[in-house]
Design a protein around this ligand. Structure first.
Ligand SMILES: *[C@@H]1O[C@H](CO)[C@@H](O)[C@H](O)[C@H]1NC(C)=O
Length: 335
């Protein structure tokens, strides 16, 4: 502001002197007191005392009244506090919600001014709003679904959706856990920017034949006091892999047959089952290394396993016949 006196033409003089006074007052105020700052937790009740500004500025309450002390806002901030002229206390007059004022910012400062008249003085007041743990971690969806094949290897990872907590610092989400179960644990990775993301890690292989689906409770916990938490259900559908071969109901099927049995006489029906589903469990039956002579005597239904006579059975040629049958599932596991 030293510029003004050097501009001292007659036209500007009166104006520049006024400006000079204002500047002088402003500076002298700062020399007198400096900024006052207070710290207040968000969500304090209206009427709560933030601090005693009269004492902090060394002013008597009588002075406050005679100089018509009042609180003004710096720029466009809303007025969140007022001064009680009889005590000199700075009190909360409106809801101070840190999340709506500052979002995820690490520091949240409300700027207000104490105005005194005769002579006019302004005193800046900074109110640091402290976060309290008033928000709960929340998942965007209550149910998180996964389809995981039973052949997934140990160590396989599945990214989970993040839980949101409007609070900051330790009052925001700190960790995740999944209810005791033998198949999965939670791994939390902290990115360079501080964001945390969690993933489900397979620690014990799945077996669809034992358990077709799993329901796990996922919990996100913040680090506040008291601690708050939010939950979501993880639903895992275990997809089939062809990890089971067909199994015959018996190792050996025995049947006796009179010679010259009529054509289409049913000798025996073999049967195998497969624990897998769909094509992985579809079984077809075939003769396995059976001689041409025997193939001309018996038919085998590929689907039902029924063995019938299709030629003439002659006791004098053979008293006992052995047939090997192979059962095969869709992708080709056999027994
Ligand atoms: C100022 O504080 C006094 C003492 O606590 C109280 O009785 C009075 O009601 C307050 N005045 C206002 C305007 O809040």
């Amino acid at each position: 502001m030293k510029v003004w006196p050097t501009m001292g033409t007659k036209v500007y003089r009166r104006f520049s002197i006024n400006r000079y006074c204002v500047v002088f007052l402003f500076i002298s105020l700062h020399f007198a007191y400096g900024d006052v700052s207070y710290s207040v937790a968000e969500e304090m009740k209206r009427g709560s005392v933030i601090g005693n500004i009269a004492k902090d500025l060394g002013l008597g309450t009588a002075t406050l009244s005679s100089r018509k002390a009042r609180i003004d806002t710096d720029r466009n901030d809303k007025r969140y506090c007022d001064i009680n002229l009889s005590t000199g206390d700075l009190i909360v007059t409106d809801r101070i919600d840190r999340e709506s004022l500052c979002g995820k910012k690490a520091t949240c400062i409300l700027k207000e001014e104490l105005v005194l008249e005769n002579p006019l003085e302004l005193q800046r007041i900074s109110i640091h709003v402290q976060d309290i743990n008033d928000n709960t971690p929340e998942f965007s969806e209550d149910l998180i679904s996964f389809e995981i094949t039973e052949s997934a290897d140990k160590g396989a990872r599945f990214l989970l959706t993040e839980a949101h907590d409007a609070d900051i610092g330790t009052n925001a989400v700190q960790r995740y856990n999944v209810q005791n179960n033998e198949h999965f644990t939670i791994n939390v990775d902290t990115e360079v920017n501080g964001r945390k993301h969690s993933e489900l890690v397979l620690v014990k292989e799945l077996d669809r034949e034992k358990e077709k689906e799993l329901k796990l409770v996922l919990t996100a916990l913040d680090g506040g006091s008291p601690q708050r938490s939010g939950t979501a259900i993880i639903h895992v559908t275990v997809l089939d892999a062809n990890d089971n071969a067909p199994v015959f109901s018996r190792a050996v099927y025995k049947a006796s047959l009179p010679e010259n049995s009529p054509l289409d006489t049913v000798v025996v029906t073999v049967s195998a089952t497969d624990a897998d589903t769909g094509p992985n469990g579809d079984i077809t039956y075939n003769f396995d290394h059976v001689s041409d002579d025997h193939v001309s005597l018996f038919s085998l239904d590929h689907k039902t396993g029924e063995i019938k006579v299709i030629g003439s059975i002659d006791y004098e040629t053979e008293t006992s016949i052995e047939l090997r049958i192979r059962a095969k599932d869709g992708p080709g596991l056999t027994s």
